[in-house]
Design a protein. Sequence first.
Length: 231
Amino acid sequence: MTPVQAARIIGLIDLTSLNEDDTEAAVNALCEKAVTVKGPVAAVCVMPAFVALASARLGGAGVRIATVANFPRGDADPDAAAREVEAAVAEGADEVDVVAPWRAALEGDYAAVSALVEACAAECAQLKVILETGAHPDLAKTRIIAEHALEAGAAFLKTSTGKCGPGASLEATRILLQVAGRRAGVKAAGGIRTHADAAAYVTLADGYQGAPATAESFRLGASVLLDDLLS
């Protein structure tokens, strides 16, 4: 099997910093790292307060600006989540990663997922829906929640926030790839730290998507992975 080259993985990364104590200096440093000697990352993902800064910093660099909404808890309030998404887009976000009301879904309220995703998708075409798969009791639940998010308008199905319990797993990512098919993308996030880790996810995506994964169909959310790929 041909190894997945570092430069290819870099082009799939959403370089992420989502800390409550992030500063302008930290976001500037993140943006500085986003364009590497091996090519740019797919996107930088920052807290909503820093969207305008990141947009100004990376304008023309070929790096998309992403942020989060309904983060990290995932409340079942579609109106509030949609307002956050609308505000983020107005600030310059190209993409928004919104946390689905996964706790409500685990209690059987799948309609809560549909309602929130539909409301938020109306405000952002490139909506990534975080399912917090590491907190699901089994993969059957993951599949059902993913199906509801996809049907409601998700552009990407995303594994995790990285803030609650286990992050991504190959097993959960496989389910998301199966559900998404060629109708949506998939983003694996949470705990992906090394070239070897990332290569396993990219290889999995290649197999399910029938062609080499691109940033339009597959992403890796990570904060320290880039350092390993450039070392």
